[in-house]
Design a protein around this ligand. Structure first.
Ligand SMILES: *[C@@H]1O[C@H](CO)[C@@H](O)[C@H](O)[C@H]1NC(C)=O
Ligand SMILES: *[C@@H]1O[C@H](CO)[C@@H](O)[C@H](O)[C@H]1NC(C)=O
Ligand SMILES: *[C@@H]1O[C@H](CO)[C@@H](O)[C@H](O)[C@H]1NC(C)=O
Ligand SMILES: *[C@@H]1O[C@H](CO)[C@@H](O)[C@H](O)[C@H]1NC(C)=O
Ligand SMILES: *[C@@H]1O[C@H](CO)[C@@H](O)[C@H](O)[C@H]1NC(C)=O
Ligand SMILES: *[C@@H]1O[C@H](CO)[C@@H](O)[C@H](O)[C@H]1NC(C)=O
Ligand SMILES: *[C@@H]1O[C@H](CO)[C@@H](O)[C@H](O)[C@H]1NC(C)=O
Ligand SMILES: *[C@@H]1O[C@H](CO)[C@@H](O)[C@H](O)[C@H]1NC(C)=O
Ligand SMILES: *[C@@H]1O[C@H](CO)[C@@H](O)[C@H](O)[C@H]1NC(C)=O
Ligand SMILES: *[C@@H]1O[C@H](CO)[C@@H](O)[C@H](O)[C@H]1NC(C)=O
Ligand SMILES: *[C@@H]1O[C@H](CO)[C@@H](O)[C@H](O)[C@H]1NC(C)=O
Ligand SMILES: *[C@@H]1O[C@H](CO)[C@@H](O)[C@H](O)[C@H]1NC(C)=O
Length: 712
């Protein structure tokens, strides 16, 4: 059997080979160039094995494609786990057209020979961890380079972005150099050299200087993205000559000036206009309606002012209108939202808009996210808001809306709503207790803070079974903490601080499923953050987006709770922040608090707690903020471990407490009586708000933000 089998197998293989490559195999020379490329790699992701085991014809190798003559035309090795250097030998393959090495982890730079190759038309080395400068190529050659597509994005290239190189690239159609660290200017002669250029992406670099007027020569340019750089100056009028533009995007630069309506109309092919995060001023261009195809408009975070023109109604394809953080004023009454049937995102946060919310907005049935917060809107929320079946994010915070009862009854009909932020409205109204408030099946995040609402914590909240975040901070709620609280199975952040709640805290609070479990369900549903949430911080703007982890928080501070802190507090093992300050808790600090092993911030200040500081607190290794001041604690502060790292301010106002950081040292047998002004003598609210701000060390929040105020 063996005798006959072997030759048959060989024969079969031979036939297969002939069928697979009916023409000439690759030349020894080409094979040699490929092996040189291989030799440059320090990790080849199994390529060597594959190439060695395969036939000796390199046209058969993994990732290699040849033409009929057996010359290599394509090297396609994206995501192969390759490391090491990209050898210039690839440029010696004289018929090579396509090179795709994206998503590998090379080191070193890109061999200039690849860019100036006489054959390559597509070169993709994006996401390759390449670094160093991209050298200016000598323009000695007389023929033009054939390169059409160059993707060097998402690497670590640095230094000046080349300018002369592009003069030789008469055929260039797409250039993506985004997400590197290039400096210098946008090359001014780009389209003189490359008249076919249709896509230019230079986002996320450190380019500076003015936008070159010569970009107006780019008659084929459709996509121009240079956001997140350091460009200055104005939008040159010449740029409006590039009338093929569909996508014009310069967000997050330092551009200024006014948007000239007379010029902008020339870009009648625009689908996306993104100039957010600059310093543009002046009025909204009235001629915007000439941009009939416009789908996305981002002018947020500028210094624009004046009223929004009625012509906006005529941009009937708009899906996104982002005008946040400007000085637009007047009311929205002259915009007919009924004609904006495609609208999905409308963000007007932080302007100077006033009046009532126009009824026509409720006919934008595709609306998914609506943010009107931090303006001067007033009036009631129309029952018609229930038409918005797709609405999942609604923020009305910080306006002067009235009638919370009507608002909740109206909004509950938005079946898909998952984030509802209505704080700083409805001043001094009564918290609706009406049990017919239901619906809200998908509500995950509810904030009704700083409304001075009166009444109890209402029972309808207990039906919001998907609630993850509940913020009732700074109202005038009275009565007890409800026993049903542990039926909110997903709640991981509860802030009812700064109210007038009374009684003992119910034991059910110690059984909150999410606070007991270390299940990492602290990730919010991405739909919660349809719009980015901004938080001001000392070092600039932080932007939170979907997917971030949110700490588990229990804040009962500044109420009138009484009783002892239950031993069972130790069940809430998942807590990161616990605040019981400014209440009337008495008795000892339970030893079991030491079981809250990941606790980072603990505030028990301004109560009537007595006894010694439990030794168990020493083992809270992650504790970074700690306050037990203004109680009646006694004895020595531990001199080793975590507690010894805090300053006097954490302990002050406990006359019987002694320790190295206090005036009251433990060795002094008779500590002199220290007169300490009890914080209780001042207005609790003021003290609390100040203390709270300092304790949680976070700046002012733009929006909803009370929610996320703890994020430092
Ligand atoms: C290169 O390969 C990646 C991954 O398969 C792909 O996403 C990319 O579109 C390719 N590049 C080009 C220019 O075709
Ligand atoms: C690189 O850019 C080219 C041209 O825009 C594109 O076709 C290709 O898909 C991009 N590569 C990756 C990995 O995204
Ligand atoms: C450029 O490449 C990046 C990835 O590095 C990609 O996200 C971006 O969409 C590309 N730009 C264009 C205009 O295709
Ligand atoms: C930028 O590049 C890095 C790798 O260098 C990558 O991890 C990141 O996702 C890229 N960012 C974008 C916006 O493409
Ligand atoms: C941005 O440019 C300005 C001058 O226009 C310069 O002062 C500043 O340092 C630059 N910032 C960065 C991060 O390059
Ligand atoms: C709005 O205008 C006021 C007064 O003119 C100015 O103080 C404020 O900075 C402006 N806000 C923005 C976001 O431009
Ligand atoms: C919208 O366009 C129509 C037709 O071109 C015109 O009659 C109407 O006045 C425009 N409306 C606004 C608000 O500009
Ligand atoms: C806000 O709008 C009102 C008119 O609605 C105007 O009087 C006031 O000057 C505006 N404030 C700013 C800062 O633009
Ligand atoms: C608003 O637009 C809708 C639909 O385009 C139209 O039926 C209605 O008459 C318009 N209303 C006003 C006041 O112009
Ligand atoms: C509403 O959204 C759906 C799904 O995104 C889309 O198919 C539909 O065309 C949109 N309606 C309008 C009027 O744009
Ligand atoms: C409701 O929201 C979910 C995700 O949050 C989404 O998958 C679904 O399509 C939405 N339904 C409607 C009617 O918009
Ligand atoms: C709130 O709206 C409801 C329903 O429209 C109405 O019955 C009630 O009187 C309003 N309450 C106030 C205080 O205006």
């Amino acid at each position: 059997m063996h005798f006959f089998n072997v030759p048959t197998a060989v024969l079969q293989l031979f036939v297969l080979l002939i069928l697979a490559s009916p023409t000439t195999a690759c030349t020894k020379q080409e094979k040699c160039y490929l092996l040189r490329f291989l030799a440059g790699l320090s990790r080849d992701g199994g390529l060597a094995t594959s190439w060695r085991d395969s036939s000796t014809d390199c046209c058969e190798w993994l990732g290699i494609t040849c033409n009929g003559d057996g010359t290599v035309t394509e090297v396609s090795l994206a995501s192969r786990g390759l490391e090491g250097r990209i050898s210039r030998s690839l440029a010696d393959l004289t018929s090579l057209l396509h090179v795709n090495l994206s998503y590998n982890s090379f080191s070193g730079g890109l061999p200039p020979e690849l860019m100036s190759s006489r054959s390559i038309i597509v070169l993709d080395v994006s996401f390759c961890q390449l670094n160093g400068p991209l050298p200016e190529l000598p323009s000695l050659v007389t023929t033009d380079w054939p390169l059409q597509v160059l993707n060097i994005s998402s690497n670590q290239f640095s230094s000046e972005f080349p300018s002369a190189t592009w003069k030789m690239m008469k055929n260039l159609i797409a250039l993506n150099a985004s997400n590197n660290s290039f400096t210098g200017q946008i090359p001014s002669s780009l389209c003189l050299g490359s008249p076919s250029l249709a896509l230019l992406d230079l986002c996320y670099n450190q380019l500076s200087g003015d936008i070159p007027t010569a970009l107006g020569d780019c008659s084929k340019l459709k996509v121009l993205k240079v956001g997140h750089n350091n460009l200055s100056g104005t939008l040159p009028v010449e740029i409006f000559c590039a009338t093929s533009l569909e996508y014009l995007s310069f967000p997050n630069n330092a551009l200024q000036g006014e948007l000239d309506g007379a010029h902008i109309v020339k870009l009648s092919n625009l689908l996306t206009l993104d100039l957010g995060g600059n310093s543009f001023s002046g009025n909204f261009p009235e001629s915007i309606d000439q941009l009939r195809r416009l789908e996305e408009l981002h002018l947020g975070s500028n210094k624009m002012s004046g009223e929004l023109p009625s012509t906006l109604s005529n941009c009937t394809h708009l899906k996104t209108i982002d005008l946040k953080i400007n000085n637009f004023s007047g009311d929205l009454g002259n915009i007919n939202f009924s004609s904006l049937q495609s609208l999905k995102y409308l963000d007007l946060i932080r302007n100077n808009l006033s009046g009532i919310v126009p009824e026509s907005i409720y006919s934008c049935s595709n609306l998914t996210a609506l943010r009107l917060s931090d303006n001067h809107f007033h009036g009631e929320i129309s029952l018609r808001i229930g038409n918005l079946k797709h609405l999942s994010f609604l923020s009305l915070s910080q306006n002067s809306f009235t009638n919370i009862t009507k608002a909740l009854h109206a909004i509950k009909s938005c079946r898909n709503i998952s984030t509802l932020l209505i704080g700083r409205n409805f001043m001094n109204e009564a918290m609706p207790q009406d049990e017919t408030i239901d619906g809200f099946q998908n509500l995950q995040c509810l904030a009704m803070e700083w409304c001075s609402l009166t009444g109890r914590i209402p029972i309808w909240l207990s039906k919001l079974r998907n609630l993850k975040i509940l913020v009732l901070l700074s109202n005038r709620l009275t009565g007890p903490m409800p026993r049903w609280i542990n039926s909110l199975n997903h709640l991981f952040r509860l802030d009812i601080s700064n109210n007038s709640l009374t009684g003992k805290i119910p034991m059910t609070l110690m059984e909150m499923p999410m606070l007991k479990s270390d299940k990492p369900a602290i990730y919010l549903d991405p739909s919660l953050l349809d719009l980015p949430i901004y938080v001001d911080s000392a070092n600039g703007k932080l932007q939170y987006r979907m997917g971030s982890a949110w700490p588990k928080v229990l804040n009962l501070g500044n109420n009138k709770f009484t009783g002892v802190i239950p031993q069972e507090i130790s069940h809430l093992k998942a807590l990161l922040y616990l605040n019981l300050s400014f209440n009337n808790f008495y008795g000892e600090i339970p030893q079991s608090i030491g079981n809250l092993a990941i606790l980072q911030r603990l505030d028990l200040s301004n109560n009537h707690l007595s006894g010694e500081i439990p030794a168990a607190l020493q083992i809270l290794h992650f504790l970074s903020e700690f306050n037990i001041s203004n109680n009646d604690l006694e004895g020595p502060i531990p001199t080793t471990g975590q507690l010894s790292t805090f300053q006097a301010s954490s302990f002050n106002g406990n006359p019987k407490l002694c320790g190295p950081m206090l005036i009251n040292h433990c060795d002094s047998v008779e500590a002199p009586p220290i007169s300490i002004i009890s914080a209780k003598q001042c207005s609790n609210k003021v003290i609390f708000v100040i203390a709270f701000g300092l304790f949680f060390g976070v700046g002012v929040l733009y929006d909803q933000l009370v929610l996320f105020r703890y994020f430092g």
